[in-house]
Design a binder for this molecule. Structure first.
Ligand SMILES: [Zn+2]
Ligand SMILES: [Zn+2]
Length: 451
């Protein structure tokens, strides 16, 4: 079994670079002024008439009244439960940010909270297992009675349908054995020592925009995984910050069976969906059959919803506190400026990954394309993304607080000299060792998107 923590990033934005406000949305008033040779436009805001600076390659928006900050608002969650959960997350985020910002050192969630999450998840998995077990036992006991066998089979399949699914294998991962990469091993080891944790044994690169730490359950071998688009868009010191953040996860004691808890959450969500009136009738019939008493369904749903809410509330507060703590450690190890730089880059996740894919599809180096795409993002677009991150808040199943909150928190930490430095000559040696893995993942990405 592998447990892992992942560095999911920035609230999702649709891929591509939205070209401006909604169609037919003319600001009115004076025509836009276009300076010769530049991309900057100055035009009045259609809502508050203040002059806004815009760039034709990016979204036009108004910093004063926040017109068009979110040109493609996400549709509200379909189910009542998800809507309430989103609202609860939106309320909880700023409260937790205010709380941790005042703490000189972020307090970690107490052990009982983590243990409670684990037991809540275990209870869910046990119910699923009991359903499958009861189904099989019933079918065996009733054999060869047709009805008993049929009911047993239905029960067992319901359990299987609602239970955790095996994780799909990850395509496109290139591994670097740290025994064969001395510069990278030295850097990762130094960061781990500064964080106060054991050095990982493997370093992997994949095509995602994120970073991740996983541990095998038996040998406790740890692997750091870095998404290539993220790695190439960070400067060397920001890479130190990202490494420190990822390595700081186990330090907090939350070697958290994240996968264990996440799969319980997934199961419960499927329970709630299959029991809800809002799910398509086809799906409900698939699992439960038409004849089942509606009152029993409503009762079961209420139990599943309550359990899901309990699991999420306990898990979210505990993990988010620990994420702030990991950021605090990263700021100490790599320097506050490097951490804020890395967090700012997380805001550009969608721009970066879609540029990499486009580059790969066009037969170019996807990582060079990703770097180019974020190199010339103007300040007003970065500010829009910060506000978007704050506005969209965060999904309950994402372990990270909104990036805008993490940035605000990072600024409350002391700005001390970095404990681990990555000067240019060191950065060059590390880059040379990571390069073959980046090239492998680039080739796989090109093959996947059909270059
Ligand atoms: Zn994290
Ligand atoms: Zn305005």
């Amino acid at each position: 079994m592998t447990v892992s923590r992942s560095e999911g990033d920035s609230p999702g934005e649709p891929p591509g670079d939205p070209p401006g406000g909604p169609p037919g949305d003319s600001p009115g008033g004076e025509p836009p002024v276009r300076p010769a040779g530049g991309h900057t436009l100055r035009e009045p805001c259609p809502r508050c008439s203040r002059v806004i600076e815009a760039d034709e390659r990016f979204v036009r928006w108004c910093p004063a009244c926040e017109w068009n900050v979110d040109p493609r608002p996400q549709p509200p969650p379909a189910s009542r439960f998800e809507r309430r959960a989103a609202q609860a997350a939106a309320d909880e985020g700023p409260r937790l940010l205010a709380e941790v910002s005042l703490e000189p050192e972020v307090r970690l969630p107490r052990d009982p909270a983590r243990l409670r999450v684990w037991f809540l998840a275990l209870a869910v998995h046990l119910v699923t297992a009991a359903l499958v077990g009861a189904g099989v036992a019933l079918a065996v006991a009733a054999w060869p009675g047709v009805i008993g066998v049929a009911v047993g089979v239905v029960l067992a399949f319901a359990g299987l349908a609602l239970g955790p699914r095996p994780r799909r294998g990850d395509p496109g991962v290139a591994a670097i054995d740290l025994c064969d990469a001395s510069a990278l091993a030295a850097l990762v080891g130094e960061v781990a020592a500064a964080v106060g944790t054991a050095a990982p044994e493997r370093f992997e690169v994949d095509a995602s925009f994120g970073s991740d730490l996983s541990t095998t359950a038996i040998r406790r071998r740890t692997t750091v995984r870095m998404g290539a688009p993220l790695w190439v868009c960070l400067d060397p010191q920001q890479r130190v910050a990202m490494l420190a953040h990822v390595l700081a996860h186990p330090v907090r004691g939350d070697s958290a069976n994240r996968r264990f808890v996440a799969s319980a959450d997934e199961s419960l969500r499927r329970w709630v969906d299959s029991l809800t009136d809002e799910a398509p009738a086809r799906e409900r019939r698939g699992v439960w059959g038409d004849g089942l008493n509606r009152a029993a369904i409503a009762g079961a749903r209420r139990i599943a919803v309550a359990q899901l809410r309990r699991l999420r509330t306990t898990a979210t507060t505990a993990t988010q506190r620990a994420e702030y703590r990991a950021d605090e450690i990263a700021a100490r190890v790599a320097g506050r400026e490097a951490l804020t730089g890395a967090l700012e880059t997380l805001l550009l996740a969608d721009r970066c990954t879609s540029a990499a894919r486009r580059g790969a599809a066009g037969g170019q180096d996807p990582w060079a394309a990703a770097r180019r795409a974020i190199a010339d993002v103007p300040g007003h677009e970065r500010e829009r993304l910060r506000r978007l991150s704050r506005r969209r808040g965060q999904a309950w199943d994402d372990p990270h607080p909104p990036t805008a909150h993490r940035l605000a928190f990072a600024r409350t930490r002391a700005d001390l000299p970095a404990q681990v430095a990555c000067p240019p000559e060191r950065a060059v040696a590390v880059a040379a060792e990571v390069h073959p893995a980046l090239a492998t993942v680039a080739g796989e990405l090109q093959a996947r998107v059909g270059a």
